[in-house]
Design a protein around this ligand. Structure first.
Ligand SMILES: C[S@@+](CC[C@H](N)C(=O)[O-])C[C@H]1O[C@@H](n2cnc3c(N)ncnc32)[C@H](O)[C@@H]1O
Length: 270
């Protein structure tokens, strides 16, 4: 399809200009996101889009924002979090220091959810959560830990459904239509920009969560990222994926065992 070739060329140009490589993102969703961006910004053709993006860094930042879908929730898929607590978090108590990587953390909700689980299991004080994303704008927001108060209704419902022991409001304070999550959670988190396409591992972890990110990558890129995760986990370290993601076709599938097939939780074999 002509569009596919043109979009590939656009991605190559963006990679040369800005160092963001989208060439191995899944084609159908990439085409959809690019078309949507052109529509809302009234850009008629792909060569026009290429010119605008190469000329203007701010437009490129908006493009990254649009292209990398940032939808997230606290305790997203409560059944996943219920299983994570029972099958993973409780088992981490044998480690003197617990290191967790949340890859593709978006605005940070997943990192705060994980910190709350660690706190409720009495493990937060010896834990460090590294939360990373390729998009600097969402990393900035994640670091602040400030969310619209209206979101708390859904987040509290998720928390309760996942088996939360208290009230979610015990972990934040309200502030004129926003809520600010507590420093006692934040001080165990390190937020930074990290690109799964280009950057390497930066530590050894007991748990990696990378949920609803790989779904946007093609199979080759998914294979490379699974290898990166395998190399970044300690022996018997855990990996949690999104509900629509699978390791079934990955080159690394034999290096992991299933901990909870339905909830997409795996464990590094050796
Ligand atoms: C749909 S959100 C998922 C957020 C969260 N993990 C969740 O499940 O709720 C996908 C996130 O992946 C990030 N992302 C996309 N490509 C990435 C890459 N190459 N490296 C790191 N993060 C990436 C996006 O910026 C976005 O914040």
């Amino acid at each position: 399809m002509e569009n596919e070739i043109e979009i590939h060329r656009l991605f190559e140009d963006l990679n040369s200009a800005y160092g963001f490589d989208f060439t191995e993102y899944a084609k159908s969703s990439a085409i959809r996101r690019v078309s949507y961006f052109m529509e809302i910004h009234k850009i008629p053709t792909l060569p026009d889009l290429t010119r605008v993006l190469l000329r203007n860094e701010n437009v490129f930042a908006s493009f990254v924002q649009e292209f990398t879908v940032n939808v997230t929730e606290m305790f997203r898929d409560p059944g996943f979090y219920e299983s994570l607590r029972a099958n993973v978090i409780k088992k981490l108590s044998s480690y003197p220091v617990i290191k967790i990587w949340i890859a593709g953390c978006s605005t940070g909700e997943e990192a705060y959810s994980t910190a709350i689980w660690l706190e409720e299991e009495g493990l937060l004080d010896r834990s460090i959560i590294y939360a990373t994303d390729l998009n600097p704008r969402v990393v900035f927001m994640a670091k602040k830990g400030v969310y619209n108060e209206e979101l708390m209704q859904l987040y509290s419902k998720n928390y309760k459904e996942a088996g939360g022991k208290h009230s979610l409001s015990d972990y934040y304070r309200a502030d004129f239509g926003s809520v600010i999550f507590d420093n006692r959670l934040k001080k165990h988190m390190v937020f930074s920009v990290h690109n799964l396409v280009a950057d390497t591992s930066f530590n050894e972890f007991q748990l990696i969560l990378c949920r609803n990110v790989l779904i946007y990558f093609n199979q080759d890129l998914q294979n490379r990222v699974f290898k990166l995760f395998h190399d970044s986990l300690c022996t018997f370290g855990y990996l949690g994926l999104g509900s629509k993601e699978s390791m079934l076709f990955s080159d690394n599938r034999h290096d992991f065992v299933e901990v909870d097939r339905m909830r997409k939780i795996f464990k590094r074999r050796y």
